[in-house]
Design a protein around this ligand. Structure first.
Ligand code: SF4
Length: 206
């Protein structure tokens, strides 16, 4: 890794903001979110469809990204999207690690893994198959539940996961009124699963 490659890479950044991680194992933790533009997975219920076209977002250098996020007191960064693994994240994570950040990734896993991470959230989607590289490194599996058929979809990944991966079922927000009680009953019968809620949406924060 050298300075030239760092300066050369630019990434489409939809937004950067400071908030609270609402979901999964690190729910409740303050963190800086870096949302990269670009996603070709096509979930019909996606709540960030504005992210899909990478060309809609400004391309920022890694130095510009670091300048922006250094205004916040947290040392935890969550790189999300969009689908952030559409780009090699080796240079970005190398530079952020040098600055002492804890790095979390949120991905559908459909592209080859890149970057160095302290926590990886793997959220598989029915619309595109995950790449095999995600299974050995995923810290948590977060399966979104829109209807009961999603339990079977979530279970289809369990045998491929590494032993340390924590399993979550999370109601899709627009279906949470109907599906949360169903998920609770499923988890009581299948205690290897945990529930994840989008607490930031209940808190009305980004
Ligand atoms: Fe939206 Fe994520 Fe699905 Fe892409 S993978 S369409 S960003 S929910």
């Amino acid at each position: 890794m050298n300075q030239t490659s760092t300066i050369a890479q630019k990434l489409p950044v939809m937004e950067m903001f400071y908030s609270i991680q609402g979901e999964g194992f690190h729910s409740g933790k303050p963190a800086i979110f870096v949302r990269l533009g670009g996603c070709d997975v096509g979930c019909h219920w996606c709540d960030v469809k504005e992210s899909w076209n990478e060309k809609d977002h400004p391309y920022l250098s890694i130095s510009e990204i670091i300048d922006e996020i250094s205004q916040y007191p947290s040392k935890t960064i969550i790189v999300t999207g969009g689908e952030p693994l559409m780009y090699s994240l080796d240079d970005l994570t190398f530079e952020l690690k040098q600055k002492g950040y804890q790095l979390h990734l949120e991905t559908s896993g459909v592209y080859t893994m890149s970057g160095q991470w302290d926590w990886i959230t793997f959220s598989p989607k029915k619309f595109k198959k995950p790449d095999q590289s995600i299974f050995a490194v995923a810290s948590e599996l977060k399966a979104i539940v829109v209807n009961k058929s999603d339990f079977k979809f979530a279970e289809s990944f369990v045998n491929s996961l590494n032993d340390d991966c924590i399993q979550y079922l999370q109601p899709e927000w627009s279906k949470s009124e109907q599906m949360t009680a169903v998920i609770v009953e499923y988890i009581k019968a299948h205690p290897e699963w945990n529930i994840s809620l989008q607490t930031h949406k209940y808190l009305n924060i980004p």
